[in-house]
Design a protein around this ligand. Structure first.
Ligand code: BGC
Length: 555
């Protein structure tokens, strides 16, 4: 069997390391972005449910307030803070651990299977939540569903980055962010539609509906192929070749497919030679090796992924999505809370597709830098107007309108840059041996900071005696953090556009973030690791790689 491995045609031509792609193949890759709906819907629906009269009445045993309630009666008819905090944050706890576990699973059972498993776990969690009529079951259901969302949110990025053609990888992964924004929008629409029902349908419909997303994603993924890079990692080169033909829409045995596969195999072999292998703990420890000084070390890449997701949360975007309603209401211009969240979520949805173009045209690094600049300017304007003309005592509606407009511009800058690019970059910077764990750690960081922001912001803007009561000044905090995002992106984010994942690996070794945009691929891993004079990948490279898991190859 192994003798056939000699037939793996390789190339020294840097332009031939990826097969041409058909429209059907693009569509297949794009389908996976549907997983973003989970993320968005799940973070979006719960605040509406916790404000529903029937839900409060059932979960707190409180009588409904009278038709024209006093402020005291309205204020008393609510869930206590600790319950709101528990119900909201338990999901993030689940997603945090789910994302971390998913990294392991994606290497053991495959990327696609892990996402399908995530859908199943999620459905179990949703069934428990839908069935619940009291806190215990609801919290247990959200914890379990959180695990599922963690699986899906971490591994979708990994899967999409690994199957997408390099020219449109950024745009396709941005499609995931687009689905997140649609999920948030859907959640607020569904909540709005059921909020006045005085039966369990008020909360059961928004909760139960989520099963549909899991069913669509899980069923669709059954029909999609596994990631070829997973099969290479497992040493199953025959399967890797087969799924590549499906993904690229090429015939079996196509020379293009062999060349692409040869490059993935040679890169994997190279990485395996520089990253010492070992048992389970060693493979986790590998994410933190190589030292801090070396910009291409595993440690630096892992820290880059974790910190990039942290910085994305530090932009303050979820302040708008979690507390925007309350904030706008306090500005006393828009009284209908649904209208408020509709405006912000619509700006988010409609702006995101712009990123499909600019992420490939201008690159990840440029849009992260310029996006941060845009957000700094908008947030400082909102803050400055808020402490001058926009103060409640000034009662100046045009100042408040200006604040709202700049908050919308701020969302526009986030949605076109940091929203998608943070996900795109974490899918691209890790070498195959640590990729699943690197992406998992980075995604877990997103959920961790998401949770921290959700927990601390009420105290930043709250008006209770021990709260900071920052009012519009809170935008100076987010504006300063966005300034930090600018410095961060300028100093640390490399340009990865247009490169294959294997070329990104080489670029990180040969450049610094500031010089990365000018780097052009100059050789292939296949040529460097050994190509025979017959133009095939050196048999020892293929065999080493394919026998890594004790498996023989037959191409
Ligand atoms: C962020 C979420 C945020 C969403 C808004 C995502 O990229 O990770 O925390 O709510 O964008 O569109």
């Amino acid at each position: 069997m192994a003798s056939n491995t000699h037939n793996l045609v390789a190339t020294a031509d840097v332009n031939r390391i990826e097969a041409p792609v058909t429209v059907k193949a693009y569509l297949m890759c794009a389908f996976a972005s549907f997983g973003g709906i989970f993320f968005g819907y799940d973070s979006g629906y719960i605040s509406g449910v916790m404000g529903m009269n029937y839900f409060i009445h059932l979960y707190e045993g409180l009588p409904y307030p009278p038709a024209n309630p006093t402020t005291a009666q309205t204020n008393a008819f609510t869930l206590p803070d600790w319950k709101k905090s528990l119900i909201t944050s338990i999901l993030s706890a689940g997603t945090f651990f789910g994302a971390l576990m998913a990294g392991d699973l994606a290497d053991w059972i495959g990327r696609r299977t892990t996402i399908i498993a995530g859908c199943v776990v999620f459905i179990i969690g949703v069934i428990l939540q839908t069935a619940s009529k009291s806190l215990g079951l609801l919290v247990a259901g959200r914890l379990i569903a959180g695990f599922g969302v963690g699986f899906v949110s971490a591994i979708i990025i990994l899967y999409m980055s690994e199957i997408a053609p390099k020219k449109v990888r950024g745009a396709l992964v941005s499609g995931y962010q687009f689905c997140i924004t649609i999920g948030i929008l859907l959640a607020s629409c569904v909540d709005y539609g059921t909020q006045n029902k005085l039966t369990t349908a008020s909360y059961r419909i928004p909760i139960g509906l989520q099963m549909l997303w899991a069913l669509i994603l899980g069923t669709g993924l059954f029909l999609l192929p596994e990631s070829p890079r997973y099969f290479v990692k497992k040493g199953k080169l025959e399967k890797a070749s087969h799924v590549l033909t499906q993904l690229r829409g090429e015939p079996e045995g196509s020379e293009y497919i062999q060349q692409e596969l040869a490059e993935i195999v040679a890169n994997h072999e190279y990485e395996m030679s520089v990253i010492p292998q070992g048992g389970y703990f060693k493979s986790w420890a590998n994410c933190f090796t190589g030292g801090f000084i070396n910009a291409s070390s595993n440690l630096r890449r892992t820290l880059l992924g974790i910190s990039l997701q942290m910085m994305q949360q530090w932009t303050g975007i979820n302040f708008i999505f979690y507390f925007g309603t309350t904030f706008f209401q306090e500005l006393k211009t828009i009284h209908n809370p649904f209208l408020i969240s509709l405006v912000t979520t619509l700006v988010n949805v409609c702006s995101t597709p712009i990123s499909f173009y600019i992420i490939e045209r201008y690159g990840r690094r440029s849009i992260l830098i310029w996006g941060a600049v845009g957000m700094v300017v908008c947030e400082f304007i909102v803050g400055i107007v808020g402490v001058t003309k926009g103060r409640a005592s000034q009662n100046d509606p045009s100042a408040v309108r200006a604040q709202i407009a700049f908050i919308c511009f701020y969302i526009f800058f986030f949605a076109t840059t940091w929203g998608p690019a943070a996900w795109v970059v974490i899918g691209e910077i890790f070498p195959l041996p640590i990729r699943s764990r690197g992406v998992a750690l980075s995604t877990a960081s997103n959920w961790f900071w998401n949770c921290i922001i959700a927990v601390i912001t009420p105290y930043m803007v709250g008006t209770e005696p021990r709260d900071a009561n920052l009012e519009s000044r809170v935008f100076f905090v987010w504006g300063s953090l966005c300034a930090l995002c600018f410095v961060y992106a300028y100093l640390l984010i490399p340009e990865t556009k247009g490169l294959s994942l294997e070329q990104v690996d080489r670029m990180l070794e040969e450049t610094t973030p500031r010089t990365s945009a000018k780097w052009v691929p100059h050789s292939t891993f296949a040529a460097d690791m050994g190509m025979t004079d017959k133009g095939t990948l050196a048999p020892e490279v293929v065999e080493k790689d394919s026998t890594f898991c004790g498996l023989a190859v037959n191409l």
